[in-house]
Design a binder for this molecule. Structure first.
Ligand SMILES: [Zn+2]
Length: 434
């Protein structure tokens, strides 16, 4: 009936739910610590495009990745399952099994065109996370050539794909390793981030150099450490520029307003907090688990909102389906964050994360239990002092909750991943060695 379709207009209370989005763009910037973005408190900011996007998005201040490594974390992002339940692991050379259901498969079955433009490596097709994508391409990388500014060609390729898709519903996934080690910033980006450095380290930080530092064959000063961080941040500046080009392209193609756009990362990076520099995948401390999460809804619903309670990367897939008004598979373990943004409670007080080489953690807003260690996050946010013996009750409670969360969930075995010589070379170039 006509009357039922008439919506109230003019200023008023915020809508309880966003209008369903037509399309979704999921951007994953590999190895991006939340605290390096202006919108997450970095001062001065060198991410103007991401900060501007944040003004039209909902910002989740405390988002926990389910693994500090690429394959396992992205598998959780796409399947909304804990790593214990999806089984994909680079360390064990296990791919995501075809029997698992990914958000791309759900959307393709709903008639969406699906495409991914990514950096390869642990996202290579053999690892199974491309299930459900019509297109699974690595446009920014030419075999045998060093990686430089690979996000910009990836964005360009994504935009050219969108031009072909037109106004059909689509799910676009865009990913880059640009700020992953080795850190190879352009001189301009490094100069913009670093005022002066007169120490002995070069302006590009190789994996060999990071290895030498991390095995104590080389010692560095606090100024050297700051310089290494600057090379990482200078690469984020380049990511920011390419992200700006993506937003501009979406506007030009008239695809911005009606789309759900999600900006996140798979894990962070350590800079000396727990003994390693320029590295990830080796601990479950917050510098490796806290990632940015910005969600721009259709018509910028709740633009500028900040939500401070803890959420998880595995909540992203159910949130996507909810915002697109599509059915959510019962097997998904995450929650729809839109309900939280609309005024409901945060969906899950506990976040479980997994280290591929063994061990897991459970994080509540105030505590984290890593293996048998316990950290009081309210008094010790840097996770420096194990207080398990002081708080045995808290430690035991968290252990039991984790056990329960891990015991629930599907049991589909992962499958062995065959690794070609080319893929081995790519993995080695990203610092993954046996
Ligand atoms: Zn990664």
């Amino acid at each position: 009936m006509m009357a039922a379709t008439v919506a109230a207009c003019g200023p008023g209370p915020r809508a309880e739910a966003p209008a369903p989005a037509e399309n979704v763009i999921l951007v994953s910037i590999d190895t991006l610590r939340a605290d390096r973005l202006g919108c997450y408190g970095r001062e001065p900011s060198f991410t103007p495009n991401i900060d501007a996007f944040r003004e039209e998005a909902v910002l989740f201040e405390l988002t926990i990745a389910q693994a500090p490594s690429t394959l396992s974390s992205h598998a959780s992002l796409f399947t909304s399952l804990l790593p214990q339940h999806h089984g994909a692991s680079i360390k064990r050379r296990r791919s995501l099994a075809p029997d698992h259901l990914t958000v791309a498969e759900v959307l393709r079955a709903e008639g969406f065109k699906t495409a991914a433009f990514h950096g390869g490596g642990q996202l290579d097709a053999v690892f199974g996370v491309g299930q459900g994508f019509d297109v699974w391409e690595t446009p920014g990388h030419r075999p045998g050539e060093p990686f430089r500014d690979e996000f910009r060609p990836t964005v360009a390729r994504a935009l050219s794909w969108l031009e072909q898709v037109g106004q059909n519903p689509f799910f676009l996934f865009v990913h880059t390793y640009e700020n992953h080690h080795p850190y190879t910033p352009s001189p301009e980006n490094l100069a913009a981030v670093e005022a002066d450095y007169e120490g002995p380290l070069p302006s590009e930080i190789s994996i060999e150099l990071l290895n030498a530092i991390n095995t104590k064959r080389s010692t560095i000063t606090p100024e050297d450490l700051r310089h290494i961080e600057s090379t990482y941040e200078a690469e984020i500046r380049s990511v920011d520029a390419a992200f700006g080009a993506l937003v501009e392209g979406l506007r030009r193609l008239d695809l911005y307003e009606q789309s759900l756009i999600i900006f996140t990362s798979d894990h962070g990076e350590e800079f000396g907090e727990h003994g390693m520099v320029g590295w990830h995948g080796h601990t479950l401390y917050d510098e490796l688990l806290r990632v940015p999460l910005l969600i721009k809804y259709r018509d910028s619903w709740h633009a500028g909102q900040t939500l401070s309670d803890q959420v998880r990367l595995l909540d992203v897939a159910p949130t996507m389906l909810g915002a697109l008004d599509r059915p959510r598979p019962t097997v998904f373990e995450g929650a729809d964050l839109t309900l939280y943004a609309a005024g409901g409670p945060a969906p899950a007080p506990y976040a479980v994360s997994v280290l591929e080489e063994g061990g897991s953690s459970i994080r509540s807003p105030g505590w984290k239990r890593i293996r048998r260690s316990l950290f009081d996050l309210s008094r010790d946010p840097g996770e420096t002092k194990d207080v398990a013996e002081e708080f045995p009750g808290t430690s035991e409670k968290l252990r039991l909750i984790k056990l329960e969360l891990i015991t629930e969930g599907p049991s589909i075995g992962a499958v062995a991943a065959p690794i070609s010589p080319e893929l081995r070379e790519r993995l080695e170039s990203l610092g993954y060695v046996e």
